[in-house]
Structure formats: structure tokens, C-alpha cells
Design a binder for this molecule. Sequence first.
Ligand SMILES: [Ca+2]
Ligand SMILES: [Ca+2]
Length: 484
Amino acid sequence: MRPVPVTIAAALLVAASATSALGVVSQGVFRIGADSLWARGIDGAGQTVAVLDQGFDGLDQSIAAGELPPLDQMTVKSFDAANGITGRDQLEAATQHGVRMAEIIRDVAPGVHLVLVNYHSDDEFIAATRWIADQGIPIVSHSNSILGGPFDGTGPLARAVDDAAARGVLWINSSGNFAKRHWRGTADANGVPIPLSPQPDETLAFGIGWSGAGVNAVVSVERQQDDGSWVEMARSDATHRTVPITVDGGTWRAVVRQLAGAPVPLDVFSRTVSLGSAAVADGSIATPGDAAGSLTVGAATWGDLKVADYSSRGPTEDGRQKPEIVGPTYVTSNPAFPGTGGTSASTPHVAGAAALVRQQLMATGQPADAAALRAYLVAHARDIEAKGVDAASGAGMVRVDFAPPLVRLGVTAGPRPVIRVQALDDGTMNSVTVTLDGRQVTRALGPFARYRSGLLKKGRHRIVVTAEDSSGNVVTSARAVMVR
Ligand SMILES: [Ca+2]
Ligand SMILES: [Ca+2]
């Protein structure tokens, strides 16, 4: 069993205590400091966020469980002509994905008005983006990637996102989970094979893209025959995607071929299976997360703040930095679905944070347009892994609490002092550490620490208390004590 990160116990304690009216609250809420804004009366009230997804199956169950508000307190709009708001995912399966995303936004910003919007085809996606902009909805959370290129911000979906952004929408998009399911390289008409190791009944689906005019390239899915030869089972079409193929055993590979134009780097994405040792993490941002108008979100696990190994890495096909930011993932927002993961889960945390920030900025008369919100979120992100802005985490973990805790320190007199610490914070406390004469004597999760010293020598001794809240704001407080 993996060791439990030290912060889990503290945050879960708070999560459990804060669940009465809201159902179960994502651990990410406390990690980004959303509860510090709740304490100041900012919960997203008066704000509207659209959750754009392919499907909202299971919506009634979520509402019945208290994880989403009653239907008459939300807006529902479907652009999926065949399946309605229930929808279908890319592989034509029923999906509750949108419900999980909406639940996370509601956890972060419980006062928000949620607009649930779904689509299936590319054209429906574009229609949905226009409708969202027409409605004047200021914030969109879209946790999905389309695998037909280009991935340089010029594809039709990326342009639709840019249009919405130009009309004042803060478009928040997942970067994708493709760090291990992306390949980049050059290929000629003879083709470059990528070995695959699918399980029986697994589905194979690929997309390809490139940047540059006059180029044509395809990705094929091939199955090996008994005589060792390969047969093409699917080939990317005008959408630059292959139709999904269900594996029935046997040996499979993908083959990349450039058929026309000067040689250019080609980006290939796999919807389902890992590309193993052929995978290239760099440039694994799919579309429309590649759009300049998108605030693109990678994933870091909320407990240890490490960028997930699958989280898509920048840059874009044309060399722009993405993602801009990461959000917490592997969270539980609905106890029936523990451990919701991927950049999917991280994205609605950022959308919820944007709603809180927008309410706060509006309340204090500051600019709260999409550009201002975007700049605010990026500027206040918490650098993680001490890398500055990088291709995995962007500016770092989204955060809305920047205020360090206040420390109350009490020390009794005498040669065996008792040290008592209480840390005060609007948000959730992570830990309190006490050192005595340079040696750590206690470290406690949460806001309280107590330490009874052994017999101290006569003279001057130094106590240093370090307190850290869940968003990583740290305060250090020192006190000298004299033993006579
Ligand atoms: Ca919840
Ligand atoms: Ca704080």
C-alpha cells in the first residue's frame, strides 16, 4: 500500500465536516483554498458557468444524491440531436462525464448557476460554442479533446473557441491525458509503424495532425494476418480521425504515412491505448486545448502536487506554451464515484475558481472580464515542483487563497516549557511544525500543535514555528525563551 500523503488526513477531516449541505466536497476545494473565500461570503453566487460535455447520463441520480442542485435551479441545453442531454462519448458509449464535471464546479463554487450543455459532432460543438457566447455566459468548463488535427490553434474547433473568447467567454479547456498516447515524428509514404498492445475488446481510435499547407498524412490501424502480413482495418478520413475498431485478439499496430507535401512533424494521438516506448510526451496537447483563446489546464494529483504522468504536455504544434495552469485531480466529489481523475477533473476546479474570483473582483469594483480573470488565475497560481513556468504544469496549481496563516504561540515559564501553537486561517490548515534550538520537535497536521519539552539548560533557547495552509502559504514565527 502506498504511503498516504500527509495532507490527506487533514483535508478529508474538513471534507467530512463540510458535507452536510453540499454532499461530498472534492479534496481539490481545500487544496486551492476555495473555502477561504467561502469564509468571506464568496461562494459563486450571481455567477454562471457552462459545463460543456458530450454526455450527462446519471444526472437525476446526482441531483437525488444532493451532489447537484435541483433541475429547476440549473439550465440544460442539448446540441446532440440523436441522444439529447444524456449524450454519447466519442466511442458512442453512454457517459456520465459531464455530471462528474458539474459536481466538481458546484463543490468549488456552490452558489454558481450551472448551465449543462452537450454536443456530439464537431458541428454541434461549434453550434454550442456560439450559443454559449450568445447567452453571455462568462465562463466555460470543457474537459474534452478532439483528436483530428491540426493542433496548432487553427483547426475549426480551436477557431470556435477563439471566437467565443473574443466575445468575452473565459474558455477553460483540459489539456488532455495524452502524454503516453501521443507520437510525434516524420514519416514518408512507406510509413512508420507504432506497435500496439491492446487487450481483447479494447477499442482503437486515432487522430493525426500537422501544421503547414500542402501536406497530407494519414494514420492507419493494421492487424497482422497468420502469414505475417498486415491488413489495414481503418484509416484516418477527412476529419483526420479513424473510426473506432474493436480488438478481437491478435497483433495490431498503427502506421503513420505522409502522402504529400514537404516533410513536417506529424502528431498522432491515441484515444485509448498507450503507445508504450514510442510515446512522445512533448506536444501532446490536443484540440481545442491548443486554442490561443483557451485557458488550458493540466492535472496534478491533489495530495502530492505532482503533475500526473498522463497529463498532456506542451508546447502546441506551432510552439506555443501550454498548458497555462494545472488543477487538482484524483478527487472524490460524489462518493459513488471515488477518485475522479484525468485533466478532466482538474479543469472544473479551475472553472469554479474562476467563478469565485469573478465574484470577488466584481464585488470590489475591479475588472472581471475574461482577460482579467485569466491573468489573475495565472498570476496567482502556485509554482509546483519548483520549475517556474514549464511545459507540464504551466504557471502551477490554481489557487485562490494567498494569505498565510496567523500563528498564536504560547510558552509556559520554567525549565520544562510547554509549547502550544494555534494557527488561524480562513482556509484549511495543512500543518504546524515546531523547532526548538534548530531541532524539529513536533509536526502536526491541522492548526494545532503542542510540545512538552524535557529539561532545558539555563540560558536562551529559540523556538521557531512554521505553519502552512492547504494552498501552500507559509508563515514562520520565532520566539526566544530564557531559562533561569
Ligand atoms: Ca460533491
Ligand atoms: Ca490562507
